[in-house]
Every structure is written in C-alpha cells, then in structure tokens.
Design a protein around this ligand. Sequence first.
Ligand code: P6P
Length: 363
Amino acid sequence: VFDEVCDTTGVTLTRFMNEVAMLNPEIRELTTLFGAIDTACKAMSNLVKRSQLPSSQTLGYQGEVNVQGEDQKKLDVITNDLLKRALRFTGRLGVLASEEEDVPVDLIGSATSDAREIVIEEGEKYVAVFDPLDGSSNVDAGIPTGTIIGIYEHDDSCEVDPECLADDCTEQEAQCLANTLQPGTNLVAAAYCLYSSSTFLALTLGNGVYIFTLDETLGEFVLSKPQVKIPEDCKIYSMNEANLEKWDAPLQKVVKGWREGTGKSGERFSSRYIGSMVGDVHRTLLYGGVFGYPGDTKNPNGKLRLLYEGAPMSFIMEQAGGLSTTGKERVMEITPEYVHQRVPVLMGSKNAIQEVIDAYAAE
Ligand code: P6P
C-alpha cells in the first residue's frame, strides 16, 4: 500500500500521513499523532540549536534530579513538557510514559505524583512512550541528540481491577492499567528525531522505514529515504569499548574478531561511537554496522531502557531488515516488568548480529 503512494521523495510528512490515512482508514488516528510528533520535533530541533546561544534560557541544569537519578537539564524538562503537550492535545492518547517521568502520565493532569492518579479515559486508542531528548548531556558539546517515540494500542490485557486506582494501586498495577508494560512486538509505530547536521525524522508504521529531512526553507519534513534497508554486511561496530573486559565472553570474542579481521566476514571493522544513541543508530541504519550497549558485570542489563529506547529502535531496525538482540533473546519479545527497566541491546546488520547470536548459543 505504501509503495504506490509514498515512495516519491520530496513528499512532505503531512501529505505522506494523509495519503496513508486515506488508504488505511483504520489507522487515521495514528496519522494524527504523527502531526503532533512532526510539530514537536521541529520545535525541539529549534530549542536544541538555540540552546547554545548566550541569550538562551535553556542552558544548564534544572536543579532537579529525575527518576533515573540523573541531574535534569533544563532542556530535558522543556522538551518533555513540549512533547507531552503536543501529544496530549491530539486527544488520541490515553496515557504516556517518559524517561523524565517517574510514572505514566495521565493526559488529564500533569505528571502524576502518585500512580493512583492515572486516569485512563475511555476511547483513547493509543499509548505513547518516549525519551524526549536522549543523549541530552551531549548538547553543550554540539554532539547530535535525539527524541525516541514508541506508540502502542491500548490493549485490555491487564487484569488488574481499575478500582485500585482510587486508593491502593501498586506501581506495577498502575503500569499494567496504563498499558505501558507491553512488549515491542505490540508496537504499532516507532519514530526518532535526530538533531544533527540536519534534522531527520525516521518512522515505521510496521510497513518499512521512511526517513524525512527537515527542509528549513519550507518548515516541513520531506521524504528523503523511502523503504530504508540496512546493509546486511558491514564493517563498523559502535559500542563503549571501555567496558569490553566486563562484557560476556561470547561478545568479547566476536568484537575482538571484528577488530582483528578474524571474524565470520574476515573483514577488519572500524569503531564509530558518538555516545548518543539516536545518532549511532541512524548511522548504523544507513551505513550498516552494529550498535550496542551490552550488559556487563557491573550492569547486567546495560544502560538503555527497554520501553522507550530499546524496543522502538529495535522495531525500526527490524523493519529495515536488521536484527536486535540481547545476545540471548530478541529485544522486541521482552515484556517490561516496570517502566524504566533496562535491557542489553545489540542491533544492526543481519549477518553481524547473527554472528553475535551464534556466539552466545555456542557458549
Ligand atoms: P555511555 C546517552 O546518555 C545514552 O543514554 C545513549 O544515548 C547512549 O547510547 C549511551 O547513553 C551512552 O552511554 O556509557 O557510553 O556514555
């Protein structure tokens, strides 16, 4: 369906979504959400760019610590509120969860200070999970940063009695009722915005990956790469090698093989790592390679969050013909037990990731 109408580069994201909605009426509400994401990404791109001006009020720290225990930069808070507002006013979302929020945020109020305040309005069809500004600590150095978004449908699989919302929901019960504990295989859409040499918006609705580039003269995202496919072979790996000695033995073996040219491909790989997931994943998607944040002896589940980093990026990677694994299982098949759960991630070119999977299977 998409190919006939949406492979023409230059088409704007607005027109792309309108044509997809015309051909697929059942996902019309989903395309409305992307109108909000389109606007929010343009606004966040502008905020990131202007944050380095002396006159900017968005520099520095908010003076708060978020649920991750990280010093919240002003930009983290501003972009989180911006994206929350943009999504909220579509009226299409029942709940959303963000890296910067400690529990899923109802759309009626602001961030719920207590899980019991989650209000799930009947009729809202979607749940959004997002990291509003991943890699924000890089902004002050002018290194690319990005926004990661996953969209789930409300599923009524949660057996918790909603009555508990009135008085004594545990956080897990609230997360269950908020439908934010779904595996990546339930994602209906995923997207990232990359604030770099250009501003890019990559998305999948489950039928391939489309990359749009912001044309600032038009003020519109225009389709620049339809039906993106990641090269099956590659010669790039992208991980924080300072942790190598703490990785699992099978992974150490494979990475050393890539370094020395003694791996399956016989090729000697180069290392490229900017320490900003969206930038590293975007390069991996286009040039081929393996991006990873593996688990190690200090952090067995690595650093990246399953719900709003690992799963949405894995969906995009798989839709582009790549693979995404923890080494032992497919990232998209893991059901989160809590909203900020971390997950080891190794994603990218099919043949290189298969080499990792085989090494773990052989241990
Ligand atoms: P390290 C940024 O802080 C981030 O969450 C991801 O964007 C990035 O891939 C990773 O952490 C970098 O972590 O430990 O290598 O600095």
